[in-house]
Design a protein around this ligand. Structure first.
Ligand SMILES: Nc1ncnc2c1ncn2[C@@H]1O[C@H](COP(=O)(O)OP(=O)(O)OP(=O)(O)O)[C@@H](O)[C@H]1O
Ligand SMILES: [K+]
Ligand SMILES: [Mg+2]
Length: 698
């Protein structure tokens, strides 16, 4: 739960992140399209096509019309003069429809593949210096196993994921995070000690314990993720695919009932016309774009420098009802620095500074270091030998830290009620001025730490923290999307309420222990809510696993990263807010294009049916006034094919997103994509019909 890295990593405003990402993600678009065209052909393999039932039907029909082009009388149909040309044109258009759909998916996958290639190029085999009781041996990084110890010196690549055992060094993690500023790594602290294979030591030397077997490291996992190897359909996507397949079957039956009726009324229809009708009616637009929409959603997350372990995780972001955030480092800047020592109980400020210093000598947290700094500035010194003293580490459970001095005294600092408990247990007591100081600091939104030596309280340290700019707007935005925010903090009630009020979260829980985090998540889930949370510590891991969306910080511990289903490479916990937006946008894009696709098909029906029965003198049904039966069918099919590539950009970037509730969004979508979907084909098909007549195609 401690957020040590924050004082070490330069604070990265998200604007510069975006610039960074742009630079890193700029892929050769020409190469990307070339590759996508090639992949579109590879995807014609029937076994791959089967995964997409709607397009599979189109593919089968393409083969049927191709056969009918070669031999128009294959199924005994009577053929007109132009039958072969017409059949050939239909075949080409259907083939292009399939190809466009494959292309959409291939383009969506392309960025991930390019990114995977560049990640792979950073990997390669490296020579590792493995330590074996005193001596070192050179081995290939692929021979390393969990538990091995290796030495990595300046300029060398870290050969595997691991924990720092010894040494302090700066590491260039840009291969993974895209961030060029080096990161300080050192042993001990929960988060600064984890290193990733493929990153580079740029100064000094580290001794590392390997924590991942070869091929199982973070970089390899990332490669297979961005490449889509582990991409499986999400539950929503499966549901929609099934729905589209059922709809296709129903329409197949409907179209199959046409020939007997047509024969009965004395206006027989050819097979190619029926095929055309079926293709026009089945939801080819959404069928062709569905998987691209999902892949693009994951890619948008990747562009935010977040690695998602599955499309399911990205989608889950869009369904989140409750967002659980911690205070320090997420809502506030997190570099809580000692601002002031307030003396109580008749002590002097100098005395408070001295006990504060003594209690912080072994405290490696940013808070601890800043206390040492302020105390020394005030001229505080210790009068014992540090080597003979013993540190008592901070833990989120005890909410205290300190030092056992050589003479047997105990210097402690920590949350005020924790210190009160400590003082009482040592037979001491405290006066009202402790509570005054505590309240004064808390009302400023600061964290008060009481300082005590044995049974006596000396004063209060004011740790100042600042709410990140723009938090209120972000929580407002979330509220408009129907997402409730809950702040969980180990800090006291007053501080928590002040920060909660100022930041504009909906609810807060103060004095929370690590167990409380997981309990809050379970409670929310018990009410049927989907919960997201961020965290970085090992003690966050259970809660990250329990949450529907767990976002771990890349700077966090291995345990946290493994438990979470997303890892933020920039270690910016507020990104969860952006992820909710991306997830919602993904769901909305899918909904909008489904609406558009179905609405389109209704319009196409009006183009083809009148044309089919033109010989019956149903001219009045020919609402669009299309030139001929054949041109009507070709126009509808050309429109049907072209709409797929036209909508690829929208499928990839997502529909424009506004923070509205689900209901408002639904209304808006039905209006734009439903109504637009009915009107667009009338215009499009009419224009194409004109064109066909103009060039005298049929
Ligand atoms: N280095 C430290 N030494 C002693 N006490 C500390 C130290 N750091 C924090 N504390 C006290 O322990 C409490 C709990 O810390 P913890 O990290 O669990 O929560 P937090 O950082 O205050 O809040 P959040 O959970 O929002 O990050 C703090 O509110 C503070 O009172
Ligand atoms: K269609
Ligand atoms: Mg904390």
């Amino acid at each position: 739960m401690k957020t040590e890295q924050k004082s070490k990593l330069p604070h990265q405003p998200s604007r510069s992140n975006h610039r960074q990402q742009k630079k890193r993600k700029r892929v050769n678009t020409q190469g990307l399209y070339k590759r996508a065209i090639k992949d579109a052909f590879i995807k014609l393999n029937p076994r791959i096509m089967l995964k997409n039932p709607v397009m599979f039907v189109v593919w089968v029909e393409t083969i049927i019309t191709a056969l009918l082009t070669l031999n128009p009388a294959l199924f005994g149909t009577v053929s007109g003069e132009n039958q072969r040309l017409f059949n050939g044109l239909v075949t080409i258009i259907l083939f292009l429809t399939v190809l466009f759909a494959n292309f959409a998916e291939a383009v969506a996958e392309g960025r991930g593949k390019a990114q995977a290639d560049s990640l792979r190029s950073t990997k390669g085999d490296t020579i590792a210096h493995r330590l074996l009781n005193g001596s070192t041996e050179e081995v290939s990084s692929t021979e390393l196993r969990k538990g091995d110890r290796v030495k990595v010196s300046t300029g060398e690549m870290i050969p595997a994921d691991g924990e720092v055992l010894e040494g302090v060094a700066s590491v260039d993690e840009s291969a993974i995070t895209g961030e060029s500023a080096p990161v300080l790594k050192e042993p001990g602290s929960d988060v600064a000690s984890s290193v990733t294979g493929g990153t580079k030591v740029i100064s000094d030397e580290l001794i590392i314990k390997v924590t991942a077997d070869p091929g199982k490291g973070f970089l390899e996992r990332m490669i297979s993720l961005v490449e889509g190897a582990e991409r499986s359909k999400t539950p929503n996507e499966i549901a929609l695919t099934v729905l589209l397949a059922v709809l296709t079957q129903v329409l197949l039956v409907v179209v199959a009932t046409i020939p007997p009726i047509a024969n009965y009324v004395g206006s027989p229809v050819g097979i190619v016309t029926l095929v055309a009708l079926l293709v026009a009616l089945i939801p080819t637009t959404i069928g062709g774009l569905l998987s691209a929409i999902g892949i693009a959603g994951m890619d948008r997350v990747a562009q935010f420098n977040v690695v998602a372990t599955s499309g399911r995780a990205v989608e889950a972001c869009g369904d989140i009802n409750t967002l659980v955030l911690d205070k320090t480092g997420t809502i506030t800047l997190g570099n809580r620095l000692a601002e002031e020592f307030i003396s109580v109980n008749g002590h002097s400020q100098q005395e408070v500074a001295e006990i504060a210093l003594a209690s912080s000598l072994f405290d490696n947290t940013p808070e601890g270091k800043s206390i040492v700094k302020l105390a020394k500035q005030l001229g505080a010194k210790t009068d014992f030998r540090e080597t003979e003293a013993e540190g008592v580490e901070f833990s989120a459970r005890t909410r205290m830290s300190g030092t056992n001095l050589p003479d047997g005294s105990e210097a402690r600092k920590g949350a005020v009620d924790a210190i009160k408990g400590f003082v009482r247990s040592r037979g001491g007591d405290f006066k009202a001025d402790l509570d005054h100081a505590y309240e004064k600091v808390s009302r400023l939104g600061g964290t008060p730490l009481a300082v005590a030596l044995n049974g006596e309280v000396y004063g209060v340290i004011y740790l100042k923290d600042i709410i990140k700019p723009g938090m209120r707007e972000r929580f407002d935005q979330l509220r408009r999307m129907g997402v409730r925010s809950v702040m969980l903090t180990g800090d006291n009630r007053i501080t928590a309420s002040v920060i909660a009020q100022e930041a504009g979260v909906d609810d807060y829980i103060a004095e929370a222990t690590p167990e409380d985090k997981i309990r809050v998540i379970q409670q929310e889930q018990g009410k049927g809510k989907l919960v997201a949370m961020t965290g970085d510590g090992t003690n966050d891991a259970p809660a990250l696993a329990q949450a529907n969306v767990g976002l771990a910080m890349n700077s966090g511990t291995q345990a946290a990263k493994e438990a979470a289903n997303m890892v933020d490479l920039d270690s910016d916990p507020t990104k969860l807010i952006d992820l909710v937006t991306i997830g919602k946008q993904l769901l909305i894009t899918r909904g909008a294009l489904t609406t558009f696709s179905l609405a389109n098909d209704i319009a196409k029906y009006f183009a083809i049916i009148p044309a089919m029965f033109a010989s019956l003198g149903l001219g009045s049904l020919n609402l669009m006034g299309l030139a001929s039966a054949q041109s009507a069918i070709l126009s509808a099919l050309i429109y049907n094919a072209l709409i797929i590539p036209i909508l690829i950009p929208l499928a990839l970037t997502g529909v424009k997103f506004r923070p509205l509730t689900a209901n408002q969004l639904l209304q808006r979508n039905i209006l734009i994509y439903g109504l637009g979907g009915i009107i667009a084909p009338f215009i499009g098909i009419k224009l194409i019909d004109w064109g066909i007549v103009a060039i005298g195609l049929v």
